[in-house]
Design a protein around this ligand. Structure first.
Ligand SMILES: *Cc1c(COP(=O)(O)O)cnc(C)c1O
Length: 395
């Protein structure tokens, strides 16, 4: 694109969030990138233009957002898509029929569905592996393996994958690239490109937009070869976001650092409160010293985020339903990463499509509650959880 954006790579996160890709409009001086609705752009002569010809291929509002997100992930290139899911589809589009993928076993449900019900129809074979021990990757790699797909922490049991260790193993094979879905951490708390990932993806729908009002995705990479292919696929498949959504997400990301700090502060408070409660049998939060991979979390993440899960003592479906309906501030809802607190029952909601055996293997019991902790006042959130626990759990 014919854009001469200032390089913000020497600046810290908050400065990049506010300034990268956001230079005042050269024509009007507008401080906020305008919502550029035009689908087509006048050319000076045939093929001579200012970097834009048709909005599916490129749009100034989208460029502003992509530039900002690339800066937040310390990446060179970012591509924005109409959802996290079509981002997954475009990245998988880098492969051809006959190629093989190794994916972490407790991958996001929609990614599992795409790999097993869509990519498989296009001749792409996917093996799901428990990567708690990164060495498990070695035995899963085949001569036709092209892509490794991981998420860390995973959903809803917040298991971590050692991204650096996985990247080293992946890169010891020729032509294998590593994709990390960084949705749960956001670019503020984890930067997988620095740990060796080739491509980072996010569901922007979650923390990056952060206000639960638009569905969008991004892919970020430093690799010129993958970027060129992805740009081609973005235009060819056409799963591009609306410019209004680009504007919303761009506005959202300017407060990402402030929001993530508050999500985390509230989550830590709630995690400690739950751990001390006799009405709770287990709390799963990477920021707790009791989390099995707490040391890895401290090493590879810059914080612990706003997602936590826990099990009600003596819990079953009935107790869980009682607890969820007794909550006043936490909305009973799927999704995550917005300013408002949400609670859900994975066994019945986000993970209902798994078989009971698969749920049991992942530890998704009927007593497991997942929370996306919002940025409300922490005292109010703890008080709400306390009264709901007292109503629901009998010792
Ligand atoms: C929500 C989500 C996705 C899918 O993103 P959409 O924007 O809903 O299409 C992918 N990965 C993770 C970890 C998610 O939470």
């Amino acid at each position: 694109m014919a854009h001469h954006q200032q390089d913000y790579s020497d600046f810290k996160f908050a400065t990049r969030a506010i300034h990268a890709g956001q230079e005042p409009d050269p024509v009007t001086g507008a401080v906020i990138p305008p919502i550029s609705l035009s689908t087509t752009f006048a050319q000076e002569a045939a093929g001579v233009h200012k970097g834009y010809d048709y909005s599916r291929a490129g749009n100034p509002t989208r460029t502003a957002f992509e530039t900002a997100v690339a800066a937040l992930e310390n990446g060179k290139h970012c591509l924005a898509y109409a959802s996290g899911s079509v981002t997954t589809a475009n990245v998988t589009g880098l492969l051809a029929s006959g190629d093989h993928v190794v994916s972490v076993n407790d991958v996001y449900g929609g990614t599992f569905r795409y790999f097993t019900k869509v990519a498989s129809n296009n001749g792409i074979d996917v093996t799901f592996v428990d990567l708690y021990n990164p060495e498990n990757l070695r035995s899963a790699i085949k001569p036709n393996t092209k892509m490794i797909w991981v998420e860390s922490p995973t959903n809803p049991t917040l298991r971590l994958v050692d991204i650096k260790a996985v990247a080293e193993i992946a890169h010891s094979y020729p032509n294998v690239f590593l994709v990390v879905d960084n949705t749960f951490m956001s670019p503020f708390f984890q930067n997988p490109l620095e740990l060796g990932a080739d491509v980072v993806v996010h569901s922007v729908t979650k923390y990056i937009n952060g206000h639960s009002d638009c569905v969008m995705g991004v892919a970020i990479t430093n690799r010129e070869d993958l970027y060129a292919r992805l740009r081609f696929l973005q235009n060819s498949i056409g799963g591009v976001p609306s410019v209004f959504d680009c504007f919303l997400a761009n506005r959202g990301l300017k407060t990402l650092h402030l929001r993530m700090k508050q999500h985390e502060a509230n989550a830590i408070r709630i995690a400690h409160f739950l751990e001390a409660s006799p009405l709770v049998s287990e709390v799963i939060y990477p920021g707790l010293p009791s989390h099995k991979q707490h040391e890895l979390a401290k090493r590879q993440q810059k914080g612990f985020g706003g997602m936590l899960s826990f099990r009600l003592k003596n819990g079953n479906l009935e107790t869980s339903n009682k607890f969820l309906s007794a909550l006043n501030l936490f909305a009973l809802a799927e999704s995550l990463g917005g300013v408002e607190s949400l609670a859900e029952l994975p066994a019945v909601m986000t993970h209902a499509s798994l078989t009971p055996e698969a749920r049991a293997a992942l530890g998704v019991t009927d007593s497991l509650i997942r929370m996306s902790v919002g940025i409300e006042d922490g005292d109010d959130l703890v008080a709400d959880i306390k009264q709901a626990l007292e109503k629901a759990v009998q010792l």
